[in-house]
Ligand binder design. Structure first.
Ligand SMILES: Nc1ncnc2c1ncn2[C@@H]1O[C@H](COP(=O)(O)OP(=O)(O)OP(=O)(O)O)[C@@H](O)[C@H]1O
Length: 304
């Protein structure tokens, strides 16, 4: 039996600044062809972690491997298999799209042909435009093109869609799915739950330098304290104690005559039975499933 080795392996990663651990023992492995998300509140240590994977920061402790290579000791070899997204400040405003593509292609021994790449990313009409004149969405497309120009096996994308309008964000998601369909492994740092839920096969939720949870989006949602939220305005006030005693209730809130219960499907049925028994009408009854947002807030304790 052949076992394939993970494309990215991180184990016991630690990094401190000024005596403060900002990455405090992180371990995960990304399999070939996965879109692996890293999610976490501001300052959680996400960028520090991915920059250790890219070889841009030197870990204090732990082991990082990209296709079996050490990103620091084997930096040149790693940069041939790993495509990293540039920061805006790294490209000169006056460079045209064509010049940027040609320049970055020249860094690699076997670059991808940039013309079909530009075509796929909708940049063909912008080849003579200067970087400084591109819209936010066009700049992001160019960053993706430059990350892919070395024909990498893995790309690291950090907050790729921040600042994009909803249309451009959705277009970018399609591009990322397209990249994966071409066999490239994607490590994606994002703040957008919808983006993580739609794109990622698995997500590591990082909080205060540690992994708070690592699972599929569906698996993370199932960990939310309340898998289902039930809200309604009863025709007569209800006894909070009676509601709290219903099966599988995780939370009860009554505000301005509106009741919100956190629970499960079992709670929904129990609420309906209780209301029917007491001949109470539930106005504007809403039943919603927990989202990745809810799971994230539960896992990281970040107040909305
Ligand atoms: N070079 C550095 N020197 C000192 N402190 C740093 C350095 N780089 C990062 N930090 C600190 O480490 C912590 C983690 O930073 P990091 O950028 O990894 O977080 P993040 O999860 O990517 O945050 P964000 O979502 O805000 O981008 C932050 O408190 C940050 O201020």
């Amino acid at each position: 039996m052949t076992t394939t080795r993970p494309v990215i392996e991180v184990s016991g990663l630690r990094k401190s600044y000024g005596g403060r651990a900002v990455v405090d023992g992180i371990s995960f492995a990304v399999e070939e062809g996965e879109i692996f998300g890293i999610l976490g509140p501001n300052g959680a240590g996400k960028t520090t972690t991915v920059e250790c994977v890219e070889g841009l920061r030197i870990p204090d402790a732990g082991r990082v491997r990209v296709t079996g290579l050490d990103p620091v000791a084997d930096h040149d070899a790693v940069s041939r298999v790993l495509g990293a997204q540039l920061q805006e400040s790294e490209l000169q405003e006056k460079l045209t799209v064509r010049e940027a593509l040609e320049l970055y292609a020249a860094f690699y021994p076997r670059p991808a042909d940039w013309r079909p790449l530009a075509e796929r990313l909708g940049l063909t009409g912008k080849l003579d435009a200067r970087f400084g004149k591109l819209s936010g969405g066009q700049k992001q497309r160019l960053f993706i093109a430059l990350a892919l120009i070395g024909d990498p096996r893995v790309v690291v994308l950090d907050e790729l869609t921040t600042g994009l309008d909803p249309r451009a964000r959705r277009d970018t998601w399609e591009l990322i799915e397209d990249i994966r369909a071409n066999g490239v492994t994607v490590l994606l740092v994002t703040h957008f739950m919808e983006e993580a839920q739609r794109l990622c096969d698995r997500i590591a939720v990082i909080d205060q330098g540690r992994i708070a949870a690592l699972d599929t989006p569906r698996g993370l949602i199932a960990r939310a304290t309340s898998a289902t939220l039930i809200s309604f305005t009863p025709s007569v006030p209800l006894d909070e104690g009676e509601l709290a005693a219903l099966p599988a209730v995780a939370s009860v809130e009554c505000e301005d005559g509106r009741v919100t219960l956190g629970g499960t499907d079992e709670t929904v049925n129990a609420v309906i039975t209780l209301l029917a028994r007491q001949h109470i009408t539930a106005h504007q009854l809403r039943v919603t499933d927990a989202t990745l947002d809810d799971a994230f807030l539960d896992l990281t304790g970040v107040a909305r």
